[in-house]
Design a protein around this ligand. Structure first.
Ligand code: SF4
Length: 767
């Protein structure tokens, strides 16, 4: 049993230490840090039980990122950050009953995410009444009754919004969307609204499916892998193993990023001698230190060079593929041929020779994969940027063939599965029709509110109930001050969670916390032990079986919570056997197999060893379910971001001790940050130009067209080799600088990667 003590004081940021950034990832230190977290949080026996079952075919799926599992699992099939995630969730330390009397809600709101997460696992439902500032324990049934009464007391179902974090299993997500639609609304915002929504919109436009077009094995078949706006070393660490294997098969890798992330440069695989005693494997053969928001221009410049090569040699384009499968080439080519090269250089911050080299690599490669993450999706022009990636790939037929394709890498373990199960505020009529046929009720047809719209409606008093299935909305969303006021304006906020976070401190007039089982824990229901299912970034669906007993008795699974709430709220309004859902998850999977596209035979297929892969027409048969039934080359307008003099362009990033808003520790060992988080990374030449010094205390001011001076205070300047003019700081600390209404065109995703930043000397320096 771990003997970890609950920290009484919030460590804060005093005593930040800064060391030179690393140029390689993982290695023996990665193993050491992983074991350190596991032994400190779980102790030796629970560590062995959990880590040995993690990502194994009969084990549980890591609840962190959505990197796919290899067909052949290794004994240790996890990374450092996966081990941190399991240690954090399977933590046997419990939040004691007296905690709630000691810590009023306002106190929780003032605490750091790190301190809150270190308080232990939640084990009993608690309730904060309107006339109290404290939570007090409450029974499950009483909790469901309060929520049901509040929901049924609303003038319209659209006065409630139902948020989902990407940790929810497919079974919980399916039951949840069914409950919410039976209740009468499509207000189903999810974390995807804040991350890959831009990907979904762009890929649906270009090829008809908003998911990765590659399978796991394609990486080893690629000639060239281009990694854009992604930091795999921290956010998808097992991807480094796959990249190493691809390099061994002869692939070359190009990394495009404003930050020289260690995990893009070199990988010391601790499961190989070269990674333990040697120099490991160099990953990027070319590193392009692009300016924030410059990726659209780079893709257009590459497309132009491909067209120029075609003009010169007549063999650069895949004519057969373009003729048979694509439309829009002429308009696209006209637009690209007239691209302003000067604008491209301004937008990218790159030299022509760097772009030429990448173009040369692209033209020499027969099979090319492009991967990306938030560095592309959280910009105003994100949708156009991703459409341009598809344009580039379509020109040479790099879709729907082995070793080639477009591969957005999802940040949350089941965010893609949740969307497949219906967690989206704008599901197509075909899905709603299937629900109507299956369950005999008329689902709402009007599109619901996504995350940003839900915050707006709470702010404006239109949404009165916030229900969150996991997650930490107040810290994840942009414009923290606005989001806090909006949530506090609700009549009731409910949070389903395993551990504390700031969303338990920033609450409505009344609030309820419902503790739930973790993915590591055995889920015993009336019909016996249950498993759940998840979908990874490459559309592979597989089972996840808990490996250790629940940390406490009386915890309910997500499925049980949703089913009991649905029964309490809806009564017999719809003909759904909610109790049956809880009793046996097979009953949910049977419904899934009849209503979710591509999931026929779901309940059988998830029992296949390793699960199954969902159909994907562009990947499987070069069939493109777009508006015109073809792959579409699109025209996208280049609008470089204009940064006023004396300002920088800021992006928010994760540290290496972080997963979304969950803070495992206060170090970011790859970037050389120790014991603190309130830092801002700035290029030394920019510091000299702006008159600031490394180590100085500053306030960060975010500027936008609404003229509001958004400020987050007291950050330590860290001189860091960022792209010129570009800076970086961690979220959620810097989310307050991102205006709520500053969103990507068409996808409504917050623009967390392009904030106009003004540095000012700190008014109340502490760091
Ligand atoms: S790569 Fe992602 S899914 Fe795999 S163990 Fe690491 S954090 Fe978990």
């Amino acid at each position: 049993m771990a003997d970890r003590q609950r920290p009484s004081t919030d460590p804060g940021d005093s005593g930040i230490e800064v060391t030179p950034p690393k140029t390689w990832a993982a290695g023996v230190p990665g193993v050491a840090v992983a074991l350190q977290h596991a032994l400190r949080e779980m102790g030796p026996r629970r560590s062995l039980k959990t880590l040995s079952a993690m990502n194994q075919k009969d084990g549980f799926d890591c609840m962190s990122c959505a990197w796919p599992d290899p067909p052949h699992r290794k004994v240790a099939e996890f990374c450092e950050n996966g081990a941190k995630a399991v240690s954090w969730e399977a933590d046997p330390l419990l939040v004691p009953a007296e905690f709630w009397a000691e810590h009023p809600v306002d106190d929780l709101a003032g605490r750091s995410e790190y301190w809150l997460g270190q308080q232990g696992r939640l084990t009993q439902p608690v309730y904060k009444s309107a006339d109290s500032d404290h939570y007090t324990p409450i029974g499950w049934d009483a909790a469901f009754e309060i929520i049901a009464d509040e929901l049924n007391g609303l003038d319209s179902p659209d006065q409630a919004t139902f948020y989902t974090s990407g940790r929810a299993s497919n079974e919980a997500a399916y039951a949840y969307q069914l409950f919410v639609r039976a209740f009468g609304t499509n207000n189903l915002p999810d974390c995807s609204n804040m991350c890959h929504e831009s990907t979904g919109v762009a890929m649906a436009d270009s090829i008809g499916v908003g998911k990765s077009t590659v399978s796991y094995n394609d990486f080893a078949l690629a000639d060239l892998i281009i990694i854009m706006g992604q930091n795999p070393g921290t956010n998808h660490p097992r991807m480094l193993t796959t990249l190493e294997e691809a390099k061994r098969e002869g692939a070359s890798i190009v990394a495009v990023n404003p930050l020289p992330e260690a995990g893009l440069l070199r990988f010391k695989n601790p499961q190989r001698p070269s990674g333990v005693v040697g120099r490991g494997t160099q990953l990027a053969d070319q590193f392009l230190q692009i300016r924030l928001g410059g990726d659209l221009a780079l893709m257009q410049a590459l497309c132009k060079r491909v067209l120029e090569a075609e003009d010169a040699y007549g063999n650069a384009l895949d004519h057969e593929f373009l003729a048979e499968h694509c439309t829009g080439f002429t308009e696209f080519a006209d637009h690209i041929r007239n691209l302003d090269d000067e604008q491209v250089l301004i937008a990218t911050g790159l030299r022509p020779a760097e772009i030429d080299e990448l173009a040369d690599r692209y033209l020499k490669a027969r099979r090319v994969i492009v991967t990306w993450a938030m560095g592309l999706t959280q910009h105003r022009k994100a949708v156009d940027t991703i459409r341009e990636i598809l344009n580039l790939l379509l020109l040479r037929g790099n879709i729907g063939k082995p070793g080639a394709g477009a591969s957005p890498i999802r940040g949350h373990s089941n965010v893609q599965g949740d969307r497949t199960m219906g967690i989206w505020e704008q599901m197509p009529d075909s899905f709603l029709d299937a629900l109507q046929t299956e369950f005999g009720f008329e689902p709402p047809r009007k599109h619901g509110f996504d995350v940003v719209e839900s915050i707006r409606r709470m702010r404006d008093g239109e949404v009165k109930v916030l229900f969150a299935l996991g997650g930490n909305l107040v810290s994840a969303v942009s414009d923290t001050t606005v989001a806090e006021a909006a949530i506090r304006r609700t009549k009731l906020s409910v949070q389903v969670s395993t551990k504390l976070n700031r969303s338990h401190g920033v609450v409505g007039e009344r609030a309820i916390i419902l503790p739930t089982l973790g993915r590591t824990e055995m889920d015993l229901q009336a019909s016996g032990p249950q498993f759940v299912t998840v979908e990874d970034s490459v559309c592979a669906v597989h089972a996840s079986h808990g490996a250790v007993p629940p940390v406490a008795d009386g915890l309910l699974s997500e499925v049980a919570i949703v089913s009991r709430l649905a029964a309490a709220t809806l009564g017999d309004r719809v003909d759904v056997d909610w109790a049956g859902f809880e009793r046996d998850y097979d009953s949910i999977r049977e419904h899934i197999s009849r209503t979710v596209p591509g999931c026929d035979g779901y309940n059988e297929k998830v029992r296949w060893e390793g699960g199954f892969v969902l159909p994907h027409p562009p990947r499987d048969e070069r069939r493109f379910p777009t508006v015109n039934g073809s792959a579409r080359l699109t025209v996208n307008q280049l609008e470089p971001i204009v940064v006023p003099p004396g300002r920088l362009l800021l992006q928010t990033v994760r540290s290496h001790d972080q997963f979304n808003t969950t803070i495992y520790g206060l170090n970011d060992r790859y970037r050389g940050i120790h014991r603190g988080r309130r830092v801002v990374f700035v290029n030394p030449d920019d510091l000299a130009e702006l008159g600031f010094a490394d180590g100085e205390a500053v306030d960060l001011h975010g500027e936008w067209t609404d003229g509001v001076d958004r400020v987050v205070r007291d950050f330590r300047v860290v001189a860091f080799p960022t792209a010129r003019g570009c800076a970086a700081a961690y979220f959620p600390e810097a989310n307050g600088l991102v205006p709520l209404d500053s969103v990507a065109e068409r996808s409504n995703t917050p623009t967390s990667k392009a904030i106009i930043l003004r540095l000012e000397r700190a008014t109340t320096p502490r760091v």
